[in-house]
Design a protein around this ligand. Structure first.
Ligand code: PEP
Ligand code: MN
Length: 359
């Protein structure tokens, strides 16, 4: 897939003066719940009203969605509020029914993105339509798999594409329901700056308390908008109750978020930034030189060990060094995680140099 300026066209055509908002309940439950939520959402920055009709649930026996009757409720939402509509599709039959009910935006959920067979089936069913199709990240942190799903849609002629970052499941994670792993989305953004990138803070957080700050992080990273689960009575929701917010709270959040400019042409800003960047460039160059000197010494050690027939890997020495660096780093405001990653990389490179010298 090549970066394509046309990716963004559907978003630009909406002519929004704020980030895109897709909001609505996790699940359509009853006609009254859908319509009352939509009537309140209509007075927020929301463009698309979302509701899950078919719900992929981790364990059977939970509420699995109302099925296609809910599509009629979404049609009523559009007629009564003017909001465009959005739902998740997970197979060819869902696509067919959603198209029949004129749903404006379809998204592929995290559990479907993992399966190339399912994505291909959905893509075939969508062939020839001009709907907006968004792809949520797969549950596992696999960027090529995520991009592969976008490519399958692109190859059947879908042009109005975008992706939704909803976080990645992780067994040990405590803070988030799905770990954001921001660097992965940043990498996607770097490779495809024109592919609309939305954030789903609801499924990342799993609770309502963290939603605002996760949204702000998204804006600081230049995301194009959000999908936020919003319910007339969050605590009474039939699915994902803990993470849903009221339309009133949705409005507060979107009003309080600070949209940052991706670029600023102001002279004072550019001059100051240029000075800082020059300093950084110099420091980065120093880092490379220091690392290179470090490798020279590692090579000398490698030679010495070779002469004296001693193994290259000396784990206890590295454990000691790592502890010392973590300690020094923490006094200098560098996290343990960062120091560990940095010195693991340095260690591996050192071993490589020591091995190469004796070849
Ligand atoms: C949803 O949006 O309700 C949903 C099921 O999300 P995900 O595919 O991200 O789990
Ligand atoms: Mn949900």
């Amino acid at each position: 897939m090549k970066n394509n300026i046309l990716f963004k066209k559907w978003l630009l055509d909406l002519q929004l003066t704020h980030p895109l908002v897709i909001a609505g309940p996790c699940s359509a439950e009853t006609e009254a719940q859908v319509l009352s939520t939509a009537h309140l959402i209509k007075d927020t920055d929301t463009t698309f009203f979302r509701a899950g009709i078919w719900k992929p649930r981790t364990r059977p026996g939970q509420f699995e969605g109302v099925g296609s009757i809910g599509l009629k409720w979404l049609q009523r939402v559009k007629e009564e509020t003017g909001l465009k509509t959005a739902t998740e599709i997970a197979n060819a039959s869902h696509v067919e029914q959603a198209l029949k009910h004129h749903i404006d935006l379809l998204w592929i959920g995290a559990r479907s993105t993992v399966s190339p067979f399912i994505v291909q089936e959905i893509a075939e069913a969508l062939r020839g339509t001009d709907k907006i199709v968004l792809v949520k990240n797969p549950v596992n942190p696999d960027l090529p798999l995520w991009l592969g799903a976008v490519e399958r849609l692109q190859s059947v002629g879908i042009e109005k594409l975008g992706v939704i970052h909803r976080g990645f499941s992780s067994y040990h994670e405590k803070v988030y329901r799905n770990k954001p792993k921001w660097p992965l989305a940043i990498e996607l953004r770097k490779q495809f700056p024109d592919l609309p990138l939305l954030l789903d803070p609801s499924h990342i957080c799993g609770n309502r308390e963290l939603i605002f700050e996760v949204c702000q992080t998204g804006l600081d990273l230049n995301y194009d908008g959000f999908m936020i689960e919003t319910h007339i009575d969050p605590n009474g929701a039939w699915s994902d109750a803990a993470q849903q917010i009221t339309p009133h709270r949705l409005n507060e959040i979107t009003q309080q978020l600070k949209v940052k400019k991706p670029l600023l042409e102001e002279t004072d800003y550019i001059n100051r930034l240029t000075i800082y960047r020059k300093e950084l460039d110099q420091l980065d160059q120093n880092l490379i030189e220091l690392l290179s000197s470090r490798m020279d010494i590692a090579e000398q050690i490698g030679k010495l060990k070779h002469e004296k027939n001693v193994t290259i890997l000396q784990s206890s020495r590295w454990d000691e060094l790592m502890q010392k660096m973590i300690e020094i780093g923490s006094k200098r405001g560098l996290s343990q995680e960062f120091i560990e990653k940095l010195f693991k990389a340095i260690h591996l490179e050192s071993i490589q140099h020591q091995q190469d010298i004796n070849k």
